[in-house]
Design a protein around this ligand. Structure first.
Ligand SMILES: Nc1ncnc2c1ncn2[C@@H]1O[C@H](COP(=O)(O)OP(=O)(O)OP(=O)(O)O)[C@@H](O)[C@H]1O
Length: 290
C-alpha cells in the first residue's frame, strides 16, 4: 500500500445532523507523500487528531474525498470497504499504554496479528520481532505489562502496532510524558523504521525540534483546516508568519537568526547538527566529520 494520500476538500462534522454538531475539519486539502516522514503541527483543537482518524477509517469524511491509491473514501463509503486499507495502517494514540490489557507482554503484542488472522506461531514470531525492535529484551516477554516502567509500557504498546507490519504508521504525540532520553530513543526508532522499511510515518507533534530534525514534509493545521504544507525549510522560512500563528521556531533556527542580526549569516539552519556544521566551518574547525 505504498502510495501517496490526497485529501481533497475534506470536511468532517462530529454528530452531524444533531443539535450537537461540531465541526472538526472543513475544506481540507493536502498530500501525504509515500514512504516519507510527515509531521502534522497546529494548536490544540486545530483538527490534527480528527484528520489522522480518517487515515484508518475510524472516521469517514462528511464532505469531500480522500484518495489512497486506487481507494477513494467519501461520505458514502462503508467501513467494511476499508478493511483492506486498515490492515496496512498502524495508529499509535496518545498514551497508548492505556490500552495494554493482556497478562503478559508477549500476549499483548500478539493480539493484533492474531486478530488480523495470523496463526499462533506467526503472531508469536511477529511479536518477538517487534519487541526486539523497540528495545524490549526477551526477559520481559512473560512479565505482566503492568509491572513495567512507563517508558517500557509505551514501547510494548508501540510494538503491538509494529507487529502488524503497517506500511503507514501514524503517531499522535508518541513521546508525550517521557523523559528526554526516552523521547530521543523513540524518535530515532521511528526515523529508522521509516528509512529502513520504506514505511510512511505521520507524526502529530508540538515539538518543532523533531519536525526540523526528522520530517520530510510538514502540514500545518489551524482551526480545522490546513493553512500551509511544505518541507521543513519552507515551513520554517518565514518566522514572522509562524510567530503570528503562535507556532514555535526550532531553537537552532532562533540561534541562527540572532547571529544574523549580528551580521553572521548562516544558510538554511533548521537543526543543531546543521548549526554546528556551519559554525565549525566558519570558525575553521572540522565540519562534517562523522
Ligand atoms: N469526539 C468529539 N466530539 C465532538 N467534537 C470533537 C470530538 N473530538 C474533537 N472534537 C472537536 O473537533 C475539533 C478538532 O479537534 P481535534 O481533536 O482533531 O484537534 P487536535 O488538533 O488533534 O487537538 P489536540 O492537539 O488537543 O489533540 C475541536 O473543535 C474539537 O473540540
Amino acid at each position: 500500500m505504498a502510495m501517496a494520500i490526497n485529501f481533497k476538500e475534506v470536511g468532517f462534522t462530529y454528530q452531524l445532523g444533531t443539535p450537537f454538531a461540531t465541526p472538526g475539519l472543513h475544506a481540507v486539502n493536502f498530500t501525504i507523500p509515500e514512504k516519507a516522514f510527515t509531521a502534522v503541527i497546529g494548536h490544540t483543537g486545530s483538527g490534527k487528531s480528527t484528520m489522522v482518524q480518517h487515515l484508518d477509517g475510524l472516521l469517514i469524511p462528511t464532505a469531500g474525498k480522500i484518495e489512497l491509491g486506487t481507494v477513494t473514501i467519501e461520505p458514502a463509503t462503508k467501513l467494511r470497504e476499508l478493511n483492506a486499507v486498515r490492515a496496512h495502517v498502524g495508529l499509535v494514540f496518545q498514551f497508548p499504554e492505556a490500552q495494554l490489557f493482556e497478562q503478559s507482554v508477549i500476549r499483548d503484542v500478539m493480539f493484533g496479528p492474531k486478530n488480523f488472522g495470523k496463526s499462533e506461531d506467526e503472531a508469536h514470531q511477529a511479536a518477538v520481532q517487534a519487541l526486539r525492535l523497540v528495545g524490549m529484551a526477551a526477559s520481559y516477554d512473560e512479565r505482566s505489562p503492568f509491572d513495567l516502567s512507563g517508558g517500557q509500557m509505551r514501547r510494548v504498546a508501540i510494538a503491538g502496532v509494529l507487529a502488524m507490519e503497517p506500511d503507514l504508521l501514524i503517531l499522535d504525540e508518541p513521546t508525550a510524558g517521557l523523559d528526554p532520553a526516552g523521547q530521543t530513543e523513540l524518535m530515532e526508532l521511528f526515523a529508522k523504521l521509516q528509512r529502513e522499511r520504506a514505511m510512511a510515518v505521520v507524526l502529530i507533534t508540538h515539538q518543532m525540534e523533531d519536525v526540523a530534525k526528522y520530517a520530510d514534509h510538514v502540514i500545518v493545521f489551524e482551526k480545522g483546516t490546513v493553512i500551509q504544507e511544505g518541507s521543513p525549510s519552507e515551513i520554517f522560512a518565514d518566522e514572522a508568519w509562524l510567530k503570528a500563528r503562535q507556532l514555535d521556531v526550532p531553537l537552532a533556527r532562533q540561534f541562527a537568526d540572532q547571529l544574523a542580526a549580528k551580521g553572521i549569516e548562516l544558510t538554511n539552519v533548521l537543526d543543531m547538527e546543521q548549526l554546528a556544521d556551519q559554525l565549525a566551518e566558519r570558525l575553521g574547525g572540522h565540519a562534517n566529520v562523522h
